[in-house]
Design a binder for this molecule. Structure first.
Ligand SMILES: NC(=O)c1ccc[n+]([C@@H]2O[C@H](COP(=O)([O-])OP(=O)(O)OC[C@H]3O[C@@H](n4cnc5c(N)ncnc54)[C@H](OP(=O)(O)O)[C@@H]3O)[C@@H](O)[C@H]2O)c1
Length: 223
């Protein structure tokens, strides 16, 4: 038997509104002040509620050079109470700094590719400085870090799987993690990471796994 909610999209009507955190993103083709407001209306009409909890600018798309105008539209949406928090995704330090220099609205979140093989130290330091939450996409590097000897060793020490050890590393750094799995046993495994702690020495050992590996596009050239 299939567990409830697995194998089909979760409908908003499945969960009481006060237990749902609704987030969506603005696509690159909709960047710009007026087009952002239009795209947001369309998203909201599809989703159903009268506001979203978090709205993200999906990529900086620097060649379009519209993300500052786009951010002004998010400022209006926040002021109008239509989004509770505004954030960005895939912004590198220079993109983020330009937003911070042009607006008083600090992004609540930057959702970025982040895993042991791409540790994004400069961005995480900027986030910490400006109280921006770091959200890690591809937190398992789509599986590419699960056979690392150190990860396998720590997993054996703690009686956990390599994926659980990697997710635990993220949580101890303070990252928000959104691992993806279509496998019910893995979905359960990926939430079962709150009954062990990596030591300082183990956390330090992760430092050596950074090799600048991107599984997705480079935000500087993805438009
Ligand atoms: N902001 C952006 O630009 C952006 C870009 C890409 C992705 N994302 C978001 O990030 C989320 C996750 O990223 P992702 O799917 O690229 O990478 P990921 O979560 O790092 O890896 C997913 C892969 O790992 C496998 N996996 C999951 N749990 C596992 C476990 N416990 N043990 C072994 N293997 C496991 C999955 O297999 P099975 O599914 O077969 O179990 C799948 O092949 C996506 O859902 C997406 O929403 C955002």
């Amino acid at each position: 038997m299939r567990p409830a909610g697995v194998g089909r999209a979760l409908a908003a009507s499945d969960v009481p509104r006060d237990e749902l955190f609704v987030t969506t993103k603005l696509g690159n083709a909709d960047q710009g002040y007026d087009s952002t407001l239009r795209a947001f209306d369309e998203s909201l009409a599809k989703l159903g509620p009268d506001h979203v909890d978090l709205y993200l600018v999906h990529w900086p798309a620097p060649a379009r050079d519209l993300y500052v105008d786009t951010w002004r539209a998010l400022e209006k949406l926040v002021a109008d109470g239509r989004i509770r928090t505004a954030g960005v995704s895939d912004f590198r330090p220079a993109h983020l700094q330009r937003l911070l220099d042009s607006s008083d609205l600090v992004p609540a979140v930057n959702q970025i590719e982040l895993h042991p093989a791409l540790q994004q130290r400069e961005l995480r330091a900027l986030h910490a400085d400006r109280f921006i939450a770091t959200e890690a996409w591809s937190p398992l590097a789509q599986g590419a870090v699960l056979a690392e000897p150190a990860v396998v060793d720590f997993a054996a020490r703690h009686g956990k799987s390599p994926a659980q050890v990697v997710l635990r590393w993220h949580l101890q750094l303070g990252n928000i993690v959104i691992p993806k799995s279509v496998t019910p046993a893995r979905i359960r495994e990926n939430i079962d990471v709150f009954d062990f702690t990596l030591s300082g020495e183990e956390m330090d050992a992760f430092g050596g796994l950074d090799r600048g590996l991107r599984t997705g596009p480079d935000p500087d050239i993805f438009n």
